[in-house]
Design a binder for this molecule. Sequence first.
Ligand code: GLU
Length: 305
Amino acid sequence: MQTVGRFAPSPSGRMHLGNVLCALLAWLSARHQNGAFLLRIEDLDAMRCPRSYADLIMDDLRWLGLDWDGEVPYQSERAPVYEKYEQILREKGLLYPCFCSRAALHAASAPHLSDGRVLYAGTCRDLTPAEIEEKRKKRAPATRVRVPDEIISFTDGVFGAYSENLAEECGDFIIRRSDGVFAYQLAVTVDDGLSGVTEVVRGSDLIFSTPRQIWLYRLFGFEPPHFVHIPLLCDVDGRRLSKRDEDLDLGLLRERFTPEQVIGALAFAAHLTDRAEPVSVRELVRDFDWSRIPRHELCLPPMFR
Ligand code: GLU
């Protein structure tokens, strides 16, 4: 079976080094296996994701030498497709409207997991039709999916065995917001499933999402892909990079460095090479090997200071 990899950025700003690392590893893995590589723009929240940012992402990827195959879908244009899959969940009796406000969901009394995530308390799980009708007069509901008391396990390409009990560690989750915008969890599963993606590479901050998505894959009748979560990048001083590190976004990096310098630094941070020397993406394809990527945070060389 041909490998189909993908990069699925949310264009809420210019790409920063963390996004580039993700694109680079996803691309290298797919190309190393002579696979296809897809690009998808995850602009579900169209207000926060103007087209100009998507254009810049594509321009930055070309500058880096990372190419992709076929058309580029925009999630903001795909609501009718997501509606079909929402309907599948509805017909299975898994959906219910949730009227909880953001404040109520994050209240101190809400059940919190040890890592700080909030577990949905189930407030709207068993509302009667009359209660639903009454609440609808006051506010538009979000749509939640009822998860089973089931452990979902997978083997991550970097982090190894990973499992989560959906009811205990995730809880019923939102698949559509109260303003009608579909949630990432539903859209990403539908899109990766329909486009035949066999390998998902993304930051380890999304590993908690994967059990939910695997469960949705199964409900929709798709084969779940192989998942690889990559350790987060940190700066020279060991601090995690964030979108706020504007000096590390590609707009400024392109003024200071060549594409080969940026790729060389990231390949070194990811333990793919022994020195932070300039290198092109093509030169890294042949020897690419996931077993070189460590589980701990990846530190950038000092050139980005
Ligand atoms: N759109 C997400 C992001 O930019 C990535 C989603 C994914 O790769 O599954 O963080």
